[in-house]
Design a protein around this ligand. Sequence first.
Ligand code: AMP
Ligand code: GLY
Length: 429
Amino acid sequence: MQRGLAVNILILGSGGREHALAWAVKQNPKCDRLIVAPGNAGIAQIAECASFDILDGAATVSFALENSLDLVIVGPEAPLATGVADALRDAQIPVFGPSAAAARLEASKAFTKEICAAVDAPTAGYAHFDQLDAAKAYINTQTAPLVVKADGLAAGKGVIIAMTIEEALAAVDDMFGGAFGSAGAEVVIEEFMEGEEASFFVLVDGETVLPIGTAQDHKRVGEGDTGPNTGGMGAYSPAPIMDEDITRKALDEIVKPTMAEMARRGTPYQGVLYVGLMIKDGQPRLVEYNVRFGDPECQAIMMRLGGQVLDLLQSCANGSLADANVTWADDHAMTVVLAANGYPGSYEQGTRIGGLSTLPADSFHQMFHAGTSQNGAYIVASGGRVLNATARGVTLAEAAERAYALVDQVEWPEGFCRRDIGWRALKRS
Ligand code: AMP
Ligand code: GLY
């Protein structure tokens, strides 16, 4: 499909992750037409935005054929779970993202645990239930804390850390009672792992595994990691805890065996694999896999990788990762999420955001948009997580200073951010 070097690209999604992906691929001179569906107000400043049902494989294939696209990059997990990547591959359209069968690594926690058991990958001990009574009987034989998880996709909300047996019993009551819809029809009950969490990102083309970066997220809404869980309030890359030894163990003991097992079962994995790890005493254990980039981790990683991302994603899509290289800069990036007051609870929509047009925008500073839309002359908030102030520096402290300098130029009284993103790594250095 490729005509010469110029590449026409479609990115599916509308968040800060997709804005960062769009920004990075656009740095590559090969990038010709860049379309994002559905996009947001910030993405519209650097790409064409299109509107069709991105969960519909046939609609995505038609759009790709009509627009002579050379590469489709799938941002979020939902279109992967509905088989959009399969439809594109069947139509011979190069796509970055796993098949629905391989996307089960995120869509079913029980499936992931079963694969880990098959290859002996270090992870929390677990049991899997589709009946309330059996789940409760099991919980009564365990000691707290326990982690109770809805098996299916629950928008990051299907995980309960139960500090007591009573809380664990209440959690399974809720899940089997339908609190997470069909995602909770089956539950996984896990041993609670202590340690420090890190996210490890690798590209996989079905066979070759290529690490592209590490990051740490901040899931709690409040400073000092307090308050309810969110989609992520800020991230930085690299994660200092992911030293050479831990990275090698994560690859050799967890990631490569899982990928080999997926291929052996006839469902090879193609796309980015987000490996959530818990690290204690120099040993990584798997918390979860996601079949997409983390958001906001992606924003920090894209800032560090820049235009080479397009070559890497293409190599991943066409199965030639064995010949690909990542050029690492010895630098740091941070992204600080600005969210609407009230998030992750209820929040106001449509509030005006000022100060965006005069922000620096270069290879050291980018204000990526998440939940924004254009309302006449104004950019307004249209989601919970709204903006991602992202910056790069020689040190993490420099990246943080630049990211917060961006935050401080935004005029949005109806928004807030955490002021302590990076505290753990900054304390360490
Ligand atoms: P998950 O959706 O599986 O990533 O779970 C969300 C969050 O819950 C993770 O990022 C961890 O902070 C925490 N978590 C999940 N499983 C465990 C576990 N077995 N032990 C400790 N914490 C966990
Ligand atoms: N930031 C966490 C996630 O994307 O799942």
